[in-house]
Design a protein around this ligand. Structure first.
Ligand code: FAD
Ligand code: 2HG
Ligand code: ZN
Length: 470
């Protein structure tokens, strides 16, 4: 059983003074934060929806310090919330159910790139952006990328099995993870960073911790797979007359043997919101119903191949193509600024779902129709990674009482289409009531058995991922 811990609280709790002293003994006073003005940003999640009460933040700089911090927490029965960049979108990154934050941002080991093996070992606190830059400087590239790259940590992306923009080519984070180092609940450490291509010696522990959202241990370092970047890259922004033609085009583009890296969906209202919020140019002179942003990359030029595949698409009204870095980034801004633009309206109801790729159009149209009919006061913003069936549904303007029924009707539709209620952001606190329905009782029983085996006292992440016991 763990105890909530607030350094400012007057309640003594389990040897309160001794607890803080023990933490200071491990990481030094500068790295045990308790004043509200310095802990504030660690205690509210990126969406602003999840706000923890006062809590201590500890910032270990090495694996050994992290293990010692966990041992102190275990002895004092204090819950642990591992936190990286705090960009998670499902409420798992802040200690809402008590305990302290163990921030991984000082775990910044960044080894030399192993070009021959295509491997890179990095501390959990290295940002995804820094990891990309380090790989590129050595002539290599990492396959996972997402809009929060300059804040999200590699440890956080592993803990959430993040997806992002390039899953159609490189897979999810788990597909790019070849080694892991994790501090367990008793302070012992799994060290498996060699990153061998072939190693069939027992259970896949890296795969298990990937996507565990901090509930099984603190990831302190990882080894990831790198590839040689392709010299020829082109981005196409395609404008369509309807959601139906845009989503049908996803299938045509996939069938055209293009070297695709991304196929992203945007809708007219979201595109216009970004234009007006960030004062961006219109690209086409007028708005369109739906857009696809398509990236191709290869060893030989790809622009002509993309142009010829695009020429046959039904419902295509216009297209813009960019084949140099700055112009490609300009087109990507329309896609990547969606989360920030919608957050500017107010915390949305945020659903991150996947459906079979062929059902994306039907799902998007039905979701818009249903929400508009049942909640005329609300606005639906939809975008996503259309190439892998991942749709981000954000709804603004709902009153608090309408959120749950509105989410339930959309998630019911997802399940009826054999989709997933969480495509890439994880379960956190937001989706934990849906886990049993999505995965079934046998899977959830196995999840609980794994949790109990690795964390018998339940010190990691109370209230996250696993549904409350019946
Ligand atoms: P945090 O937010 O700090 O933590 C997330 C979860 O992981 C928490 O449960 C936490 O306890 C746990 N955790 C963090 N670090 C560790 C660790 N070292 N050991 C154990 N547990 C840990 N996600 C996608 O999948 N695809 C996207 O395209 C995408 N785009 C995004 C765009 C924006 C603008 C934002 C704000 C978020 C986006 N995300 C996306 C959400 C995504 O989950 C995070 O950006 C990222 O994976 C989380 O990394 P983080 O370091 O911020 O983790
Ligand atoms: C994206 O792909 C992210 O833009 C965030 O996964 C999605 O904010 C969202 O709902
Ligand atoms: Zn996404």
């Amino acid at each position: 059983m763990t105890t909530s811990f607030d350094a400012e609280s007057s309640s003594p709790g389990p040897s309160r003074a001794g607890f803080v002293d023990d933490l200071i003994g491990v990481v030094g006073a500068d790295n045990v934060l308790s004043a509200p003005e310095v802990t504030g940003s660690y205690l509210v999640d990126w969406t602003g929806r999840f706000r923890a009460g006062p809590a201590v933040v500890v910032r270990p700089a090495t694996t050994e310090e992290t293990a010692a911090v966990v041992r102190v927490c275990s002895i004092h029965g204090v819950a642990v919330c591992p936190q990286g960049g705090n960009t998670g979108l499902v409420g798992g990154s802040v200690p809402l159910d008590g305990g302290l934050v163990v921030s991984t941002r000082r775990l910044r080991r960044l080894d030399a790139v192993d070009v021959a093996a295509g491997r890179l070992t990095a501390g959990a606190g290295v940002t995804l952006g820094d990891l990309h830059r380090h790989a590129i400087a050595a002539g290599m590239a990492y396959g996972v990328d997402l809009g929060a790259r300059d804040s999200a940590t590699i440890g956080g992306t592993v803990a959430t099995n993040a997806g992002g923009n390039n899953v159609i080519r490189y897979g999810m984070t788990r597909d790019n993870l070849v080694g892991i180092e994790v501090v367990l609940a008793d302070g012992s450490v799994i060290r498996d960073l060699a990153g061998l291509e072939k190693d069939n010696t027992g259970y896949d522990l890296a795969g298990l911790f990937c996507g565990s959202e901090g509930t099984l241990g603190i990831i302190t370092a990882v080894t990831v797979r790198l590839h040689r970047p392709f010299p020829e890259m082109v981005t196409g922004l395609l404008a369509f007359d309807s959601v139906a033609t845009a989503t049908a085009a996803v299938r045509s583009l996939t069938a055209a043997y293009l070297p695709l890296e991304a196929i992203e969906l945007m809708l007219g209202p979201g595109f216009e919101l970004i234009r007006s919020t960030f004062d961006l140019p219109s690209v086409f002179g007028r708005g369109h119903a739906a857009y696809l942003l398509v990236d191709c990359a290869d060893a030989t030029p790809v622009t002509e191949r993309l142009a010829s595949a695009v020429g046959d698409l039904d419902g295509l009204e216009d297209a813009a193509v960019a084949d140099d870095g700055p112009r490609r980034s300009s087109l990507w801004r329309y896609r990547e600024l969606h989360t920030e633009a919608v957050a500017g309206i107010g915390p949305p109801l945020k659903l991150d779902v996947s459906v079979p790729v062929g059902d994306v159009g039907r799902f998007v149209e039905q979701t818009i129709d249903d929400v508009e009919a049942s909640h005329p006061e609300a606005r639906v913003w939809i975008w996503g990674h259309a190439g892998d069936g991942n749709v981000h549904v954000n709804i603004t303007g709902l009153d608090a009482a309408s959120e749950e029924p509105c989410a339930a009707s959309i998630l019911d539709l997802v399940i009826s289409l054999d989709g997933s209620v969480s495509a890439e952001h994880g379960i956190g606190r937001l989706k934990k009531d849906w886990l049993l329905r999505q995965r079934g009782p046998v899977d959830v029983r196995v999840f609980r058995a794994i949790k109990t085996a690795l964390d018998p006292e339940g010190i990691f992440q109370p209230g996250v991922l696993l549904p409350d016991a019946p």
